[in-house]
Every structure is written in C-alpha cells, then in structure tokens.
Design a protein around this ligand. Structure first.
Ligand SMILES: *[C@@H]1O[C@H](CO)[C@@H](O)[C@H](O)[C@H]1NC(C)=O
Ligand SMILES: *[C@@H]1O[C@H](CO)[C@@H](O)[C@H](O)[C@H]1NC(C)=O
Ligand SMILES: *[C@@H]1O[C@H](CO)[C@@H](O)[C@H](O)[C@H]1NC(C)=O
Ligand SMILES: *[C@@H]1O[C@H](CO)[C@@H](O)[C@H](O)[C@H]1NC(C)=O
Ligand SMILES: *[C@@H]1O[C@H](CO)[C@@H](O)[C@H](O)[C@H]1NC(C)=O
Ligand SMILES: *[C@@H]1O[C@H](CO)[C@@H](O)[C@H](O)[C@H]1NC(C)=O
Ligand SMILES: *[C@@H]1O[C@H](CO)[C@@H](O)[C@H](O)[C@H]1NC(C)=O
Ligand SMILES: *[C@@H]1O[C@H](CO)[C@@H](O)[C@H](O)[C@H]1NC(C)=O
Ligand SMILES: *[C@@H]1O[C@H](CO)[C@@H](O)[C@H](O)[C@H]1NC(C)=O
Length: 753
C-alpha cells in the first residue's frame, strides 16, 4: 500500500484516451456511419442514402475504401478540404527505339462542384527530357499552363529542390474545377534513358519538394498507376453566405457562422468561439467545457464555471481579481483593516452577545471551516474527475462508491483504536461497519502524491471493476480527507501469514486446506494476469497479503503496489518494490517487471505453506535462511519429506505433495522464462484437486459442489464458449487415475460486464 499515490501512467493514458474517444461526438449525421475505412466522413459528406447533403457529397464506400468520383479519398477536413489520390501521368522508354514501355501520359480530374485548392497544390513535372502541361477551363474559357525540364546528367540535380533541373513546377490558379494533365518527351529519352527513363507529371499536395531527390529520376517508375495526394476545396452550393442564408436549404447549424469560400463558389460554416464540433449539423457545434481544459483557464484560487460558449472565473472569498489565468488572476485581499474594525465593533457590541451566542457561533464557524476543508480535499484528490468519469460510465457507477468523511467516521467509531486491524509504513487499516451493517476494511494511507491523482482515480475505477471471488473487492473511496481512504470488503479470518505461523491455527491447516489456498491464490493471480482488460501485476505477493475467510477461501489483497500493464508491453522498467524473501531475484537485478515476478513470489508462498518456515529466517545455517533456495535444494536432493510441516504427509497425499513441490521448484527458477505462467500453475493445481475429489470417491457433480463449481477460480480461460451450466470433460490419465478436469465456468467473467 506504500505506493498508493504512485500510479500507472500507461493505464491512465489508455483510459483517458478511451474516455475521450467515447465522448467525442460523431461528425456524421445521426444514425449514419462516421467512418469509411480509416477515413472519417463528416457531414455534408456521407456514404449511405440520406446521410449526405446531395450527390456531390456522396462517398462510395462499397469496398470499405472511400471513393469520390472514382478517386480514393484520404482525408476530409471539416474546414473544407478534401484530400484525394490523383494519378501520375507518365511515359517511360527503355531504349532508343522510340516505343514507350509505359504510356499513361494523360490523366484528368472532373469535378462538377469542388475547386482544386490553389494554395495547397502544385503542378509538377519530373524528367530530363520532359515537358508537361495542364489543360483546364476557367469561367468556361480554355487555357493551358505547363513547364519543361531538360538535363544531361544528374550532376546538377539538387536534392529536395524542384529547381528546374530535373524537376519543374507551376502554381495553380484559383477557381479551377477540372483539368487534364499531360506529359511528353522531346526525344523519346534517347540520350538520357540510362539514368532517366521516364517523364512524369502530377498534381500534388505542396510537400513535394521534401520528397524530390535525384533518386526519383533514376527510379524506373513502372508501377502502372501510382498516385499522389492532392487537395480539393469544398464548400456548400454555388452561392455566397448572403444569398445562401435566405434560402430554406441553408445548412450552417446552431452556434455557427457562415463565411464565403475564397477559392471557387459556395459558402462554408464554422463553429463560433467556445464551441466545437461539426458546424454543418443542426446541433453539431457543442459547447467546449473550458473548465476541464489544460492548462486551466482559471487561477488556482478561483472557481471555474462553464457557460454557453464561454466560462467565468470567480475568486474565492478572501481573494480578489477576475480569476482568469490570462487576466489578473486572484490575489489575497488586503482587508486586515476592515477585519480589525469589524472585530472592534464586535467586541464593543458586547461581550454579553459573545458569551451567550459564543459557543454556538464557534461551533458553526468550525463546521463551516471543516466543510470548506472537506471540499478542498475532495477537489485536490480528483473527486470531480472521478465523478465525471463515473457519470460517463454506468458500469463503474455501480462498482465504485464515493464515501463521505462522515460515513467513514461513523463506520469506524471515529477511527477508534479498537478498530485497528493492521498498521504499516503505508498507513492504518480499520474495521468498519457501514450503515447497512456491512463489514468493511478501511485503508487510511499516510501520504499521497498530488501529481498522480489522475492515475490514482483511474486505478480506483479499474480495480473496483474487478470482481473475482479470490480478490478482495474494492468498494469505494473517500476523497474528502487530505489523503484518500479506500474501502474494501471485510475478510473475516485474518491473514494467511497468521495461519501459517501461529501454532494453534497452523495445526488445523490440513493439506486439503493448504492446497485449496494455493489454488485460490493461483486462480486470483492468473485472473489478474490474463483475464482483465489489461494485465495487472501484483508485485507484492506474500502470505501477509492473502486473507482467509471462514471457510478458508483465500482472497488476495493489497493491489496498492500493483501495476497494470498495457497489452503490448510485457516488461516494465520500474522502481524495485516488494518484500525481501518474496522478491523475484531477476526483477531485483534488472528492474524489469513481468508477470513472472508474481510467479516467483507465489512459489515462495506455497513453499511457506508446505514447510511452515518464514521466507527469510534468521536461525539455522546461513545457507538455509532463504526459503526459496532452501526449498529448491531440498527438492533437488530428494529431502522434501524432512522439511515439510509435521503431520502434513499422509498415505493418500504424498503424490500430490511431490507434484506441488516440483511445481514450486519451477516457480522458483532464477530465470523468469523458466517459470510457468500463473495460468499454467492454476491449471496444474486445479488438476490435482480434481484428482483428489475423484480419489476420495465423491461423484463429481456440479450441483452438489456449488462452492467449487459455480465460481471456480482460475479455470475461466478454458472457457470455450459454453457457459450455460456446468459440465465436466475427462481429458487425461496420470498414474492410473482418471483425472476429471473441469473445463469451463458457469458464470460469465465478471470483468465482461
Ligand atoms: C460504388 O463503386 C463500386 C465499384 O467500386 C460500383 O460498383 C458501385 O456501383 C458504386 N456505387 C455507387 C452508388 O455509385
Ligand atoms: C486530415 O486533415 C486534418 C486537417 O488538415 C489533419 O489535422 C489530419 O491530421 C489529417 N488526417 C490524416 C489521416 O492525414
Ligand atoms: C520518337 O518515337 C517516335 C515513334 O514512337 C518517332 O516517330 C519519333 O521520330 C521519335 N523521335 C525522336 C526524336 O527520336
Ligand atoms: C471542364 O469544364 C468545362 C466547362 O466549365 C467543360 O466545357 C469541359 O469539357 C470540362 N473538361 C473536362 C475534361 O471535363
Ligand atoms: C540525393 O539523394 C540521393 C538519395 O536520396 C543520394 O543518393 C544522392 O547522393 C543525393 N545527392 C546529393 C547531391 O546530395
Ligand atoms: C544524342 O547525343 C549525341 C552525341 O552526344 C548527339 O549527336 C545526338 O544529336 C543526340 N540526340 C538527341 C536526340 O539529342
Ligand atoms: C490506370 O489508370 C487509368 C486511368 O485512370 C485507367 O484507365 C487504367 O485502367 C488504370 N490501370 C490499372 C492497371 O489500374
Ligand atoms: C448553382 O447551382 C444550381 C444547382 O445546384 C444550378 O441550377 C445553378 O445554375 C448554379 N448557378 C451557377 C451560377 O453556377
Ligand atoms: C492566454 O493568452 C495566450 C496568449 O496571449 C493564449 O495563447 C491563450 O490561448 C490564452 N488562454 C486563454 C485560456 O484564454
């Protein structure tokens, strides 16, 4: 729990991104597809009937690739640009015969409505025996522009500069709607085909020069239909704002303004200041909540209020100024003088009033101050953020509860000492009783890093959604104290550490119970590693963090030091954290955190269960102090029986104990890659239990063994689609026994909700 404040950047990023994506409004018409392939299609464009403004804005998406007038669309911006792929006109010669091997020397673009962007495109011709031109119409008059390039070697060609040697370019006039581009050679490349076989011409988005190099001239560009991106300016209709606005089909929506297109006809729409979204939709422009922006628009001592299209800042009571970050901000009021006068008047009005009303006044003031303090802490601790996330996400709303400070004080009888369950460097754990008589454990941390609050909030949400019977459930948190408190479900029977090392308790810990505890723990860890939306590494697996309930079900607790790992990330470089004796030596040396570190710690825990020895003991020979080494060498040298807990071995179980000991030895491998995964461990251990049931003669019937069946841990990854009940499939035989192995769980995974 020491690292409550220290949080998980990766998760935070992912969660924030996801929530942003979810929150972003669609830019298509309601109920219309917003994407075609990986291109966003904003209204007035659309891919299906009634989704586009008129035929000019139709995008053909029948092959999941956006096509506009037979050209591939690569980007559509709401600011009025349509980026398409335009063919390259090209003519190539291989020898001096004069017969071109590639002859695509003419391409045209026909646009009835949109205009070729004159600012974003250039017409470019490349080659050493080349001339190219562009035929076009403007105001129904034909015109032709073009350029030529002749060179005899590559010596004078300057890279990244379309300078006229090997490459020439022409600017595009405004108002151009359709064109044909053509490329030709003077001498069929007769004397240059060795280093420049092709002439080519194309329209291209203006970043061409950065791509141009002498290598272009040398390349034999034989690919039949290469394209380059070019930009069209789109607008609505062929009228100005002034006339468009008076028409019934005027498209600009609420909170938007109209402006005339600079290149070609028609008008465009734009959201007003303080709004964002698609201005072409009726309710497309949505208010921007400036209060949530980074950097914050208001001073730290001011309260931010979002208004339609704007925001306001109000300094707190004892501060003055306009509160805006760009304005005067907030500064403390210099009103000591006033306070003194008021105080003097108050005194002179009468000590009597003070006497009579004194006590009640004092109480009132104190309560008020306390209230303000609570509010301050709540905000500091990310309360607003959490509330916002919760309201965005219904499922976590049920999972996390935000407790008030009063509720927790009442639950713990004002943090009474008799309620303390445990204490450590991280803080104190109290037993609490909620109003509905539910028992809870309340973890009050000592410190918290204010910079990590957002990540902290995200972890609260992630952990509280985990609902596994062998993981202690996080019920909620309280943010009104200086350092946040966390509320967990209460586990009745104390820690596993206590049960192993207490003489009386350990004597009632039979082999079956020990095996069950190992299985439960393995199941919980396998679940955290493999079945959550993102792998979660515990980092501090030890008996003190495993709690038992009355029927010896184990529950893994204290994910305070845990790390959530994004799926594409198998190793994390971290500050080494954990408990000596349980700490993975590989992780200790390399700081590379993987799931295998938990596997090592789990191995030590099971070794402790088998031997009853502490992970580090200070009696005996030095070489035997480390339980992991002691245990591994005992198994290797076949001395296992000597180190087991007294009375553990009985006739029936030595096979199982041996099997478990060998599994533990693999977990304790020095190299992480030699260790099994938690999934393997859970499977192997569970197999043993099934065998035990079989051996003891009980018929394996799901309906009877509800505890085992309904929510059996660890085996959920067998889930292969059947989840309508319990069924068992027998799979393999070992040492003559038929092992029946359960292959699915009856309950859908909790995190799938
Ligand atoms: C869309 O393009 C496909 C070919 O890619 C064509 O067969 C189909 O007719 C087009 N649909 C429309 C509505 O133009
Ligand atoms: C599309 O164009 C917009 C605006 O010009 C730009 O911000 C965005 O990065 C482009 N998207 C792609 C995929 O090129
Ligand atoms: C180029 O080739 C054509 C035949 O394709 C030929 O008629 C013409 O004379 C050639 N020109 C030169 C300069 O070689
Ligand atoms: C381009 O448009 C003009 C009318 O503005 C038309 O006469 C001409 O044929 C068109 N050119 C092509 C190649 O479509
Ligand atoms: C131009 O770039 C090409 C590769 O892009 C390189 O081989 C050539 O040497 C460069 N020429 C000059 C003059 O920098
Ligand atoms: C090709 O080069 C030769 C020798 O340099 C020259 O005589 C001939 O006229 C050139 N041909 C053309 C078509 O330029
Ligand atoms: C290349 O483009 C031209 C003109 O758009 C077209 O006629 C031709 O069929 C295309 N060739 C291939 C191989 O796609
Ligand atoms: C404007 O567009 C309408 C139809 O969209 C057309 O009837 C009209 O002739 C166009 N006007 C001009 C000046 O191009
Ligand atoms: C504050 O001013 C800067 C530059 O003067 C500007 O870039 C920034 O957007 C302004 N911030 C707000 C919140 O108005």
């Amino acid at each position: 729990m020491a690292a409550f404040g220290r949080m998980l950047l990766y998760v935070a990023c992912v969660v924030v991104m996801l929530s942003k994506m979810a929150a972003a409004a669609s830019s298509a018409k309601p109920n219309c597809p917003n994407w075609c392939g990986n291109v966003e299609i904003p209204y007035p464009f659309g891919t299906t009937e009634n989704c586009y403004l008129n035929d000019n804005y139709f995008i053909n998406c029948s092959n999941s690739q956006p096509l506009w007038e037979n050209h591939f669309v690569t980007n559509i911006s709401i600011q009025g640009e349509l980026e398409i792929s335009m063919f390259i006109a090209r003519q190539c010669f291989r020898d001096s015969s004069g017969v071109p091997v590639v002859d695509n020397n003419k391409h045209s673009l026909t646009s009835r409505t949109f205009t070729i962007s004159n600012t974003k495109n250039q017409f470019v011709a490349v080659g050493c025996d080349t001339y190219a031109y562009l035929n076009a119409y403007r105001n129904n008059e034909y015109f032709r522009i073009g350029c030529m390039s002749i060179c005899q070697s590559l010596r004078n060609v300057v890279n990244a500069s379309c300078s006229g040697i090997g490459c020439c370019h022409v600017d595009i006039p405004t108002g151009l709607k359709n064109f044909t581009l053509e490329v030709h050679s003077y001498n069929n490349h007769t004397n240059v085909s060795k280093f420049n076989p092709c002439s080519s011409a194309f329209m291209i988005k203006q970043d061409y020069e950065s791509k141009f190099s002498s290598a272009y001239l040398e390349e034999i560009l034989l690919k039949p239909n290469d394209t380059f991106p070019m930009v069209l300016d789109w607008a609505i209709g062929n009228e100005t704002c002034e006339t468009g606005r008076r028409k019934p089909d005027y498209v600009c929506g609420q909170n938007s303004a109209c402006y005339d297109s600079k290149n070609g006809d028609g008008y465009r729409c734009k959201c007003n200041k303080g709004y964002e979204g698609n201005p072409y939709l009726h309710e497309g422009c949505q208010d921007i909540n400036e209060c949530l922006q980074v950097p914050k628009p208001c001073h730290a001592k001011a309260k931010c209020m979002n208004t339609h299209g704007s925001f306001s800042c109000t300094c707190r009571e004892d501060y003055k100024g306009d509160g805006k970050m760009n304005g005067t901000g907030c500064s403390p009021k210099v009103s000591h003088f006033k306070i003194i006068i008021i105080a003097l008047i108050a005194i002179s009005i009468g000590l009597m009033v003070l006497f009579v009303g004194g006590s009640s006044l004092y109480c009132g003031l104190k309560r008020r101050k306390l209230f303000k303090l609570k509010e301050k802490f709540f905000q500091q601790n990310g309360g607003l953020l959490l509330q916002q996330k919760l309201s965005n996400d219904r499922t976590s709303m049920q999972a996390v509860k935000i407790f008030s400070i009063g509720e927790l004080e009442k639950a713990t009888n004002n943090y009474d000492e008799s309620r303390v369950l445990g204490q450590g460097s991280y803080g104190t754990v109290y037993k609490g009783v909620l109003q509905d008589n539910k028992l809870v454990a309340i973890k009050k941390s000592k410190f918290c890093d204010q910079n990590q609050i957002e990540q902290f909030i995200n972890e609260v949400i992630v952990l509280s959604q985990i609902n596994h019977r062998n993981v202690v459930k996080l019920l909620g948190c309280c943010l009104e104290t200086e350092v946040p408190s966390l509320v967990y479900e209460f586990i009745t029977n104390g820690t596993l550490s206590n049960h192993i090392h207490d003489k009386v308790l350990s004597s009632s810990l039979s082999w079956e119970k020990r095996l069950k505890i190992a299985i439960d723990t393995a199941g919980a860890l396998a679940y955290m590693h493999f079945s959550t939306s993102m792998p979660i590494i515990h980092r501090d697996v030890k008996p003190a963090n495993i709690l038992l309930n009355d029927n010896y079900s184990a529950k893994v607790s204290d994910f305070g030091a845990s790390r959530l790992v994004p799926l594409d990330q198998t190793q994390l470089l971290t500050l080494v954290q954990g408990t000596l004796g349980y700490l993975d030596p590989e992780y200790f040396h390399s700081s590379q955190l993987t799931e295998k570190s938990d596997v090592y710690s789990f191995g030590v825990v099971v070794a402790e269960l088998l031997t009853g020895r502490k992970a580090i003991s200070f009696d005996g020979l030095e070489i035997d102090r480390n339980l992991a080494m002691y245990f591994s060498s005992a198994v290797k040298e076949d001395r296992l029986r000597q180190i087991l807990v007294d009375d553990l071995v009985s006739d029936g179980n030595i096979y199982e104990i041996n099997k478990v000991a060998n599994l533990v030895k693999r977990c304790l491998s020095v190299k992480g890659e030699d260790r099994p995964t938690m999934k393997d461990m859970a499977m192997e251990l569970d197999g043993l239990r099934s065998m035990e049931k079989h051996q003891s003669g009980k018929a394996y019937l799901c309906t009877e063994e509800t505890d085992y069946c309904v929510t059996a841990p660890a085996v959920h990854y067998f889930n292969i689609g059947v989840n309508d009940g319990c069924s068992s499939t027998s799979t393999s035989t070992t040492v003559g026994y038929k092992i029946s192995m359960r292959t699915q769980v009856s309950k859908p995974l909790d995190d799938d909700r």
